[in-house]
Ligand binder design. Structure first.
Ligand SMILES: Cc1cc2nc3c(=O)[nH]c(=O)nc-3n(C[C@H](O)[C@H](O)[C@H](O)COP(=O)(O)OP(=O)(O)OC[C@H]3O[C@@H](n4cnc5c(N)ncnc54)[C@H](O)[C@@H]3O)c2cc1C
Length: 222
């Protein structure tokens, strides 16, 4: 989504209204970035890295620095389809291939008993080492800053994205926004007859951003 720069309308937002979890204090929140990336999963880390390497400033919005590049359960990189994807990202100068080379504990080519069309490289990672490697690499790249918090709403003016509001009320402005929030928006867990709102294990449900997307989609175009 492309956005127009700075809008006076945003000055009306209360920039100081933040509930600050521990890691907020250590990390200043810049009020403007060229690009904001929401979600520091696989896609978000690559997006932030690519933007920073273009020489632009990027705010990488994540619920916590502890969950950067966190893998859901089986900590595998690759497999059928994804193995090709990771190699393409690698060829473009991305991070996943480097990260798994540095932190992999088992490397295998799957489907060797079948034809070459379905061979697929797959590596198992040390889950903790993988996310630490990714976080450290992003932190040493000039231009990337953390925006710690849950994204709540994409701010749009005149049909263009101008910024992001976090659930704690803070507002960050940007020229462009990349949303890579994975598969857990408006997440619902089913355990037997019980249903409850939840994100990935140990992560809260993300409700407000889903509602913001819905409002954006409901708006008539033009
Ligand atoms: C149970 C399960 C098992 C899987 N097993 C495998 C496997 O073995 N091998 C494999 O290759 N793939 C596996 N996958 C798929 C793989 O995890 C996904 O394809 C991959 O994580 C998608 O990357 P992503 O960056 O799009 O999303 P994610 O990795 O999910 O990252 C999205 C990030 O956005 C953050 N986020 C969400 N909402 C907000 C918000 N409002 N504000 C700020 N941050 C936000 C989340 O906290 C998360 O960190 C599995 C998926 C699941 C659900």
């Amino acid at each position: 989504m492309r956005g127009r720069a700075l809008s006076p309308a945003l000055d009306a937002y209360d920039l100081s209204h933040g509930r600050c979890p521990a890691d907020h204090q250590a990390l200043s929140l810049k009020p403007f970035f060229d690009v904001i990336v929401v979600g520091a999963g696989h896609a978000g880390c690559e997006a932030a890295w690519a933007v920073a390497r273009l020489g632009l400033s990027v705010g990488l919005c994540t619920l916590s620095r502890e969950t950067v590049a966190h893998m859901p359960c089986n900590p595998a990189i690759g497999g059928t389809a994804k193995g090709h994807l990771v190699r393409e990202i690698d060829a473009l100068g991305g991070l996943m291939g480097q990260a798994i080379d540095a932190t992999g504990i088992q490397f295998k080519v799957l489907n060797r008993s079948r034809g070459p069309a379905v061979w697929s490289p797959r590596a198992q990672a040390d889950k903790k080492a993988y996310r630490n490697w990714m976080r450290t690499t992003l932190e040493t790249q000039a231009g990337i800053e953390w925006v710690i918090g849950a994204a709540a709403a994409v701010l749009v003016e005149g049909g263009r994205v101008i910024g992001l509001r976090l659930e704690d009320g803070r507002v960050v402005r940007c020229r462009a926004l990349v949303v890579t929030t994975g598969t857990f928006l408006n997440g619902l867990i089913h355990i037997g007859p019980e249903q409850r709102a939840a994100g990935r294990l140990d992560e809260p449900a993300v409700r407000e951003l889903s509602a913001s997307h819905q409002r954006f989609l409901d708006e008539p175009a033009g």
